[in-house]
Design a protein around this ligand. Sequence first.
Ligand code: COA
Length: 170
Amino acid sequence: MTTFSIRPECPADKDAIYAINVAAFPEDDEARLVNTLRDQATEIISLVAEQEGRIVGHLLLSPASLDAAPQLKLMGLAPMAVLPEFQSQGVGSKLVEAGLKCCADAGVSAVIVLGHPEYYPRFGFVPSITYGIKGEYDVPAEVFMIKELIPQSLHNLSGTVSYHPAFASL
Ligand SMILES: CC(C)(COP(=O)(O)OP(=O)(O)OC[C@H]1O[C@@H](n2cnc3c(N)ncnc32)[C@H](O)[C@@H]1OP(=O)(O)O)[C@@H](O)C(=O)NCCC(=O)NCCS
């Protein structure tokens, strides 16, 4: 069984994080997005999965916003990447769980994700349209999901939620 630990990124991890995103995604767009968000976004949460000193997975969360409630504290989960040879061993799940805990500890109301509808519901994500909330992208409703961390914080809200402006480069 693979054992690994999850911890916040440190400056020395930057190149390894870039390489993981290049390895996991078809292009280098996500790798470059991580660097941009690190430079531009305040209050990012950036976690790495480490096994025997090697970084094998990475997860970033950055501030998002709901047009109808700009004061609401939201985070967008993206990108997440695990080295192909370490996928399907639970690394991604541990990263998501740790990321959600960091958000909860930081007083975040809810987390959004645009991703695989077979994957994220296991962490409590539901289609955001359940709350009358839409994403800024024209995608099928089931792939744009949200998880409420502070109970009732999405009650009676609707509108369109947007990721950090750096995502426009994707
Ligand atoms: C998605 C990703 C981060 C998951 O990490 P992981 O360590 O493999 O995840 P876990 O081991 O915790 O979970 C594996 C589960 O994810 C599912 N999964 C992985 N990629 C998937 C995909 N593209 N579509 C649907 N499900 C996927 C697997 O089927 C598996 O499901 P199971 O537990 O029912 O067998 C990893 O596969 C990855 O880096 N993929 C390429 C980049 C990517 O797509 N990032 C996510 C963008 S939203």
